[in-house]
Structure formats: structure tokens, C-alpha cells
Design a protein around this ligand. Structure first.
Ligand code: GLN
Length: 445
């Protein structure tokens, strides 16, 4: 009731939710109370959560932030939603996002922009902007996001919360509306690393319905949170402190790194030499996969259907023209082009080769250091409406995108402010090093 009241009072302006489900939430809260009375409560029993509107929720509108799915009521729960329910959490509803998770500002949503709670003239980041804003504004203590190129970490940074993108394959993608399947990964967004660890305990683990989800034991992510950091080897990638980094963001990040030194860590510079190619490689691979994934929205089986089609081709054309927004169409066109005969080897295949080099950069760095640190984003949250050129928007993701190409985990933790706007410190680890990242993040908080 407390959280629903806050949503009612504050979300008119913020617009962080697309759908609020008060009746289902109160019913789930009653079940949680009953479980508690029976002595069956777990650590998350009764915890309210907000879910990015990219996860299918049984019987609940699931829009992906698109007009294409504006009337789509999912007939089943995503694996993550199932597991959150099984853990006794109470879903408050579905949060706003960039259309089909394509964006860095939440402004491409068909359901309108979201305000940053710290400064309402700023974007909350994207694509999980609604989840980040909802947690930052105290509308929900925790939320779920997805991260294909930074969509958990960058909005977490812009909204002053903690967001973890786990290793690719750590969490099931089953029931998450696909953007770029080889990059998409779900993860928790909350106030602290400790809260993220509790959520990870509930959502991580093998799911046979996602063939890329790894069958590997799930540790207790809360177990090592307080472990000492003496002897921790931190690498600062030279390429993450170069041109384009706001000096005030750099100062905040270096101050955070100094705190780690005072906790007994050692710091050295490392190099990720192919960083420069991450955005071009991503903007070949992600749109290629998106154009393929989004071909299912044909106006026939589900999703938006145009009025009075004259024939099948007219049905496809007008349903897709009306249902998709501008950014999504841009990605579909880029992806269709790069996958087409004669261009595939030059673009898609080449991008996959570059991707392998980017992954190797990280593996080489982790031979020398335990974690990498740097800024999550080169600037604090920018003004709503300020980024008009798509390429300059794409360049904002310079520090987050390579992480998805490599499949490694990354966490963004709050590291001060520039004026009213929060700054995020990004901490990266090798594959399946989530426990280490949460420990390192926790010791700073
Ligand atoms: N901003 C990036 C994009 O637009 C990443 C989005 C995401 O991680 N879903 O593709």
C-alpha cells in the first residue's frame, strides 16, 4: 500500500510505469503475509518489485514500450518473473523503457519520456529508464532491467542506484522480448549491491527453455559481500579515461578508486586496445539480430494490425509502418542491409571477428587484474530532448557496450554527483565473477 500510494502521488510526472497492477499486488502481498504467518517467509517474501515492460507477465499488458504491442497481454510469465514470484516478491507493475530496449534515454518509448527523479529536466537513461527512475524515486525498492549494450548500468548511473548486468547466460532470457539475442541479459536494479545480491539469488540459474542459459551452480551472492579487499588488483583501462570523458565525471571516478586504495587495493593502468571498435561492431551485430527478431511482428499472429489491408503485402507494410517507431525502423533497416547478400561478409562476419578481439582484450586484462574500473557513462544524465542525432546518442555507450560483446558481467554503483546529477562507477569482472563484483561494490557502499 505504501508503494502503490507513492506511485499514485509521484508517477504522474515521472512516467516510470506503463502499467501498475494494484489488485494483483495487494493479493500477492496477502499471500506473502500468509506465508510469513506460516513461518515460510524467505528473504524476499513480500518485497515489492517493478518489472521492465520487456518481460512477459502472465495476464498483464506487456508492451516493450512499443505501439506494436500496445494491446499485447502476455499469456505466460518470463522465467525471471516466475522466479521472482516463487521467491514471494510482489510485482507492482511494468516499467517504461525505450521501444524494444533500443535507446539510451528512454525517449524512444511509445508511452512517453521518463523524468530523472534527481533533476526532472534530465533523462533517466535507457533503455531501463523506468526501472531506474522508479527505484531512485522510492516507488519500488527494487526493479528488473535488461542490458544489451548498457541498459541496466547506464540508467542506474544516471539515477544514482546500483545495477548489475550479469554474465551472458547467467540468467534465463526465456520470456524476455528479444532485442539482440546474443547480447541481451536480465539483471537487478536496486539501491545497493546487497539488494542486487538478494535478487540474484532468486533469479540466477539454469533454465532449459533458454539454450544459452548456462547449467552452472548458483552461489549465495550475499555470502562474500563483506570480504576484505586487501590485495585486490584494480585495472583502469586507459581507453576509458580519454577524450570525451567529462572531467567532473573523471574526478568522481578517481575519487572512488582512491577509496579502494585506502581499503588495501592496488591500482594500475591497463589497455583494452580494441575499445574503439566496440560501437561500430555493436551497431552491426545488434541491429542484424534485431531485424531478424522483429520480423515476427507481421500483423498476422499478434501485435498491431492495420485497418482494412488490401492484401498480405499491404498488411505487412502498413502494420509495421504504423506499429514501429522511428528508432526501431532505423535499426531494422540497418540490420536488414548488413545481413543482405553481398554485405554479410563485409559487415556481419567482420563485426563478429572484431567482437572476438574485444572479448580477448578483456580476458588478457583479467590475467593481470581482478577487476576493471571506470566511468559507466562519459557524462552525467543529459537534458531531455538534448540528443537529437542518433549517432551521438550511440556514442554515449562507449564504456558499456564492449562488455556485452565480451559477455562479461558489469555493475554500476553510485559515485557522487555533478551538480544535481548522479555519477556511476562501473566495475567489470571476468565471466561469472558476479560475486566478486557485488563484494567490491558493497565495500564501497
Ligand atoms: N543504447 C544501446 C542501444 O540502443 C543499448 C540498449 C540496451 O542495452 N538495451 O542499443
Amino acid at each position: 500500500e505504501h508503494q502503490l500510494g507513492r506511485i499514485e502521488r509521484h508517477d504522474g510526472a515521472l512516467n516510470s510505469f506503463i502499467t501498475v497492477t494494484p489488485d494483483a499486488a495487494l493479493e500477492a502481498a496477502d499471500h506473502a503475509d500468509a506465508a510469513r504467518a506460516r513461518g515460510e517467509a524467505g528473504p524476499l517474501t513480500g518485497l515489492p518489485v517493478a518489472i521492465k515492460d520487456l518481460f512477459c507477465s502472465d495476464g498483464v499488458l506487456t508492451t516493450a514500450g512499443s505501439k506494436m504491442l500496445a494491446n499485447f497481454v502476455a499469456p505466460y510469465d518470463a522465467c525471471v518473473v516466475e522466479r521472482l514470484k516463487a521467491a514471494g516478491t510482489v510485482s507492482l507493475g511494468k516499467t517504461n523503457l525505450d521501444e524494444f530496449a533500443m535507446g539510451s534515454s528512454n525517449e524512444s518509448s511509445a508511452f512517453g519520456a521518463v523524468q530523472n527523479p534527481w533533476d526532472t529536466t534530465a533523462v533517466p537513461g535507457g533503455s531501463s529508464g523506468g526501472s531506474a527512475a522508479a527505484v531512485a524515486a522510492g516507488l519500488a525498492p527494487a526493479a528488473m532491467g535488461t542490458d544489451t549494450g548498457g541498459s541496466i548500468r547506464q540508467p542506474a548511473a544516471f539515477c544514482g542506484i546500483t545495477g548489475l548486468k550479469p554474465t551472458y547466460g547467467r540468467i534465463s532470457r526465456w520470456g524476455i522480448i528479444a532485442y539482440a539475442s546474443s547480447l541481451d541479459q536480465a539483471g537487478p536494479m536496486a539501491r545497493t549491491a546487497e539488494d542486487c545480491a538478494l535478487l540474484m539469488n532468486a533469479i540466477a540459474g539454469h533454465d532449459p527453455r533458454d539454450s544459452t542459459c548456462v547449467a552452472r551452480g548458483v552461489p549465495d551472492y550475499t555470502a562474500d559481500l563483506a570480504a576484505p579487499l586487501s590485495g585486490l588488483k584494480i585495472g583502469l583501462p586507459r581507453e576509458y579515461f580519454g577524450d570525451g570523458l567529462d572531467p567532473a565525471v573523471e574526478a568522481a571516478v578517481r575519487e572512488a578508486v582512491a577509496v579502494y586504495e585506502s581499503l588495501g587495493a592496488t591500482v594500475r593502468e591497463v589497455s583494452l586496445p580494441h575499445t574503439h571498435y566496440a560501437i561500430p561492431a555493436y551497431y552491426v551485430i545488434a541491429p542484424a539480430e534485431a531485424s531478424s527478431n522483429l520480423s515476427r511482428y507481421d500483423g498476422v499472429r499478434f501485435g498491431h494490425r492495420c485497418e482494412n489491408p488490401s492484401d498480405l503485402i499491404d498488411l505487412y507494410k502498413r502494420s509495421r509502418a504504423e506499429g514501429f517507431g522511428e528508432e526501431v525502423k532505423r535499426r531494422i533497416l540497418i540490420g536488414t542491409h548488413t545481413l543482405s547478400e553481398g554485405f554479410f561478409d563485409a559487415y556481419y562476419k567482420k563485426a563478429q571477428q572484431v567482437r572476438r578481439l574485444i572479448r580477448q582484450d578483456f580476458l588478457d586484462a583479467f590475467e593481470e587484474v581482478d577487476v576493471l574500473m571506470g566511468p559507466t557513462s562519459p557524462t552525467p544524465a543529459f537534458d531531455l530532448g538534448a540528443q537529437k542525432d542518433p549517432v551521438s546518442m550511440y556514442l554515449q555507450d562507449i564504456y558499456t557496450i564492449a562488455v556485452n560483446l565480451a559477455g562479461i558481467p558489469g555493475i554500476s554503483v553510485p559515485a557522487g554527483f555533478v551538480g544535481k546529477r548522479p555519477v556511476g562507477l562501473q566495475i567489470l569482472g571476468t565471466h561469472f565473477a558476479e560475486q566478486r563484483l557485488l563484494n567490491v561494490a558493497h565495500r564501497y557502499q
